[in-house]
Write a protein that binds this ligand. Structure first.
Ligand code: SF4
Ligand code: SF4
Ligand code: SF4
Length: 276
């Protein structure tokens, strides 16, 4: 079972705040791409040359890149840098370079996709590791007026109104946070915020949608999962092999913890926190 809770609230850094790990400031909304960045179709800046050197394909949705999407949940602007840092620290770039005679081609690289909401525009479901920002709201009956706006806003039909206010069906809820955004009383601001983590998606000749790990994870847990996935890929590396193939070979019992366990449940620790 997933715990999904931490003992004390730990809010995400506000937009524009320096990142505690890197000191990097958040890009203001609508900011131009940094020098050297490539803006592909869709307008998401990609640091292509750096990512090729890392053996990485990192795709970040517009909402996660600069908040320029009405559905975007807050995502720390330093996250792409921390993903690159985790890839670098894993030893993957040097490992891959040692296996190749030239620059890493697209299918050689490990793919990571980040989306700021459940819509998944960056295609996390077909990446080796996908991160989807999520908020699973919790109602405060003292604030709720029973107006029903949250139920009307939920695309999944996951909100049922009762005498104690809205109840959210955990089996239907995708954590998009639209119900909370629709509540003028801010009665749904509490609840769990974190990352839905998907592993083992791929396209190509044998496409496969990623498996979603249980619960929501903190950013640190999500990055640990990324590192574990890279360890697994390095331990079982064969040309053309992807994480999807290794997970399929490992079966439902999981993988060797010495080479990188990817837990499907039990370690989630998303934050219980207030505020948007
Ligand atoms: S995934 Fe969500 S936040 Fe990101 S661009 Fe798509 S709709 Fe916007
Ligand atoms: S939108 Fe807010 S106030 Fe209205 S029913 Fe939902 S939780 Fe209550
Ligand atoms: S978070 Fe999204 S899916 Fe879940 S209840 Fe709210 S609106 Fe519906």
């Amino acid at each position: 079972m997933s715990t999904n809770h931490e003992s004390s609230p730990a809010p995400l850094p506000p937009e524009g705040a320096p990142d505690s790990a890197t000191g990097a400031a958040a890009a203001p909304a609508g900011a131009a791409a940094p020098a050297g960045a490539v803006a592909p179709a869709g307008g998401v800046p990609q640091r292509a040359a750096e990512d090729v050197a890392l053996g990485l394909t990192l795709t970040v949705c517009n909402g996660a890149a600069d908040g320029q999407c009405r559905f975007a949940l807050p995502v720390p602007s330093a996250l792409p840098g921390r993903i690159r840092g985790a890839v670098r620290a894993s030893g993957w770039p040097a490992f891959l370079a040692g296996r190749l005679s030239g620059p890493a081609r697209h299918h050689d690289r490990f793919s990571v996709a980040v989306a700021a909401c459940a819509n998944g525009c960056s295609r996390p479901h077909v990446a080796d590791v996908g991160l989807l920002r999520a908020h699973r709201p919790e109602a405060d009956p003292d604030l709720c007026t029973g107006c029903g706006g949250c139920a009307a806003a939920c695309p999944e039909g996951a909100v049922r109104l009762g005498p104690q206010g809205p109840r959210l069906d955990a089996d239907l809820c995708l954590g998009c946070g639209r119900c909370a955004a629709a509540c003028a009383q801010r009665a749904l601001d509490a609840g769990l915020r974190g990352w839905r983590v998907l592993v083992g998606g791929r396209l190509g000749r044998h496409p496969r949608l990623a498996d979603e790990l249980e619960g929501l994870r903190t950013e640190r847990e999500a990055l640990e999962t990324l590192a574990a996935a890279l360890r697994l890929v390095m331990a079982g590396h064969r040309p053309g092999l992807r994480l999807a193939d290794l997970l399929r070979e490992a079966g439902p019992g999981g993988v060797d913890p010495r080479s990188g366990t990817i837990p499907r449940s039990g370690t989630a620790g998303a934050r219980r926190e207030g505020g948007r």
